[in-house]
Design a protein around this ligand. Structure first.
Ligand SMILES: Cc1cc2nc3c(=O)[nH]c(=O)nc-3n(C[C@H](O)[C@H](O)[C@H](O)COP(=O)(O)OP(=O)(O)OC[C@H]3O[C@@H](n4cnc5c(N)ncnc54)[C@H](O)[C@@H]3O)c2cc1C
Length: 386
């Protein structure tokens, strides 16, 4: 019997595999696709803080971002420029990043099986059995790192993410720019936003244009790219977008007997933006540590594994609760108030507060500081009564 079977070869599954293998555990990663990192759904924006968990090879960096423009429903705009000595924000090639993680996991001794779609999971008092076609793989424990697919979580009674939105994204040749644009508004992307992120691929300037919304992501994206001022920036006809679900809230529970859940599979993304690479890696590292202890102690019962939930709550709990509460306020704002908010963000006072408190992976301080600005607070608190 092997020690840990991991379902899903994304960042969460691959980092956990490496850590478990480095600790001497027998570990196998089962990934449904034939190529790691493909198809790529993700934009790949991360901050340099990620290097605390994994190195970012220089050759997978597609752009370094320093300027952003937030555009409102009536084209109100607010520009934000990060201080040159501030936090470094990068766009990475997600497929190449995942390949790097896979190579590290395999070098550490993990087995990686591609084209291995897990279509069954059974957990008993003695073992976990996963099924890949006609084959059964028996392990002491299972890490669910299967991204935004929730069949096994439902089966095990772990629940679904409290919020699931729809995404669509394209990448096209485009006019060169250094600025990220974010567009918001109920008619632009209901309950979400649109992003335009510049990258340089093989020397060619390109744009990743994507959208997260409550519904009809591909339709809203098409409407956006058909706007004359947007179409002018694109140097090729937009292809059919990649679409995918994005969790923006946790599942009810992140562990069961012999099972722990990391990354998107547990709904670990930032409630504000849906960014999840860093939280996937962080929860994977915590999950691997708990599984290593559990295997050593011979304790794979739910009570022992509950320490995983305690540990991620310590790191992320407050952050996720504040972010989620803030999102609830934002989505209730009528477009008129969104425009007012964007104009408020553009004022000097708020700009300097943003510079002091904004951090890419941690939004709580920025949110709490915004709520200390009287005009912004009264605008947002009106949402409580909508
Ligand atoms: C459009 C879009 C843009 C995004 N942009 C950003 C961004 O810029 N920055 C950021 O931080 N985050 C971003 N995210 C979020 C980020 O992509 C995820 O948080 C991250 O990929 C989660 O990693 P993961 O390992 O948990 O899951 P995934 O990367 O989804 O990996 C899960 C893997 O499991 C496999 N799998 C699923 N079911 C099975 C099965 N039954 N058997 C075998 N294999 C299975 C899947 O094929 C997949 O390869 C974006 C998400 C979307 C949708």
């Amino acid at each position: 019997m092997i020690d840990v079977v991991i379902i899903g070869g994304g960042p969460a599954g691959l980092l956990a595999a490496r850590r478990l293998a480095e600790a001497g555990c027998d570990v196998i990663v089962l990934e449904e696709h034939r190529h790691i990192g493909r198809p790529t759904h993700c934009t790949g924006i991360v901050s340099a803080e990620m290097t605390k968990l994994v190195k970012i090879p220089a050759d997978i960096i597609l752009s370094r971002l320093q300027h952003a423009r937030l555009v409102g429903p009536d084209r109100e705009a607010c520009d934000i420029t990060w201080a040159a000595d501030g936090e470094e924000i990068l766009t990475i090639d997600r497929a190449a990043f995942d390949e790097t993680l896979a190579a590290q996991a395999v070098a550490a001794g993990a087995i990686l099986r591609l084209g291995a779609f897990v279509d069954g999971l059974a957990s008993t008092a003695k073992a976990v059995t996963v099924r890949v076609g006609r084959e059964s793989i028996v392990a002491h424990a299972c890490l669910l790192a299967c991204g935004a697919s929730y069949r096994f979580q439902r089966q095990l009674g772990l629940g679904l993410p409290g919020r699931l939105l729809h995404t669509a994204q394209i990448e096209v040749d485009a006019e060169p720019t250094e600025r990220v644009e974010l567009h918001v508004g109920r008619h632009v992307a209901p309950e979400g936003f649109i992003w335009m992120v510049p990258v340089l691929r093989d020397g060619r300037p390109r744009l990743k244009v994507g959208l997260v919304a409550k519904r009809d992501a591909a339709k809203y994206l098409r409407h956006f790219t058909e706007r004359p001022e947007i179409a002018r920036q694109l140097r090729e006809t937009p292809p059919t977008p990649t679409t995918r679900l994005l969790p923006l809230k946790l599942t009810a529970t992140s562990y069961a007997a012999r099972v722990v859940v990391a990354g998107d599979a547990g709904g670990f993304t930032k409630p504000t933006t849906g960014g999840g690479i860093y939280y996937s890696l962080l929860t994977a590292a915590l999950a691997a540590d708990v599984l290593i202890d559990a295997l050593h102690a011979g304790r794979l019962d739910a009570q022992f594994l509950s320490v995983y939930e305690t540990r991620w709550q310590e790191r992320l709990g407050h952050e996720l609760r504040v972010g989620d509460w803030f999102r609830d306020l934002l989505v209730k704002l009528p477009d008129r108030d969104v425009g007012t908010l964007i104009r408020a963000l553009a004022t000097d006072d708020v700009q300097s507060m943003i510079q002091q408190t904004a951090r890419f992976n941690w939004h709580r301080d920025l949110i709490l500081s915004l709520l200390r600005q009287r005009g912004i607070a009264s605008l947002l608190f009106r949402s409580l009564f909508r």
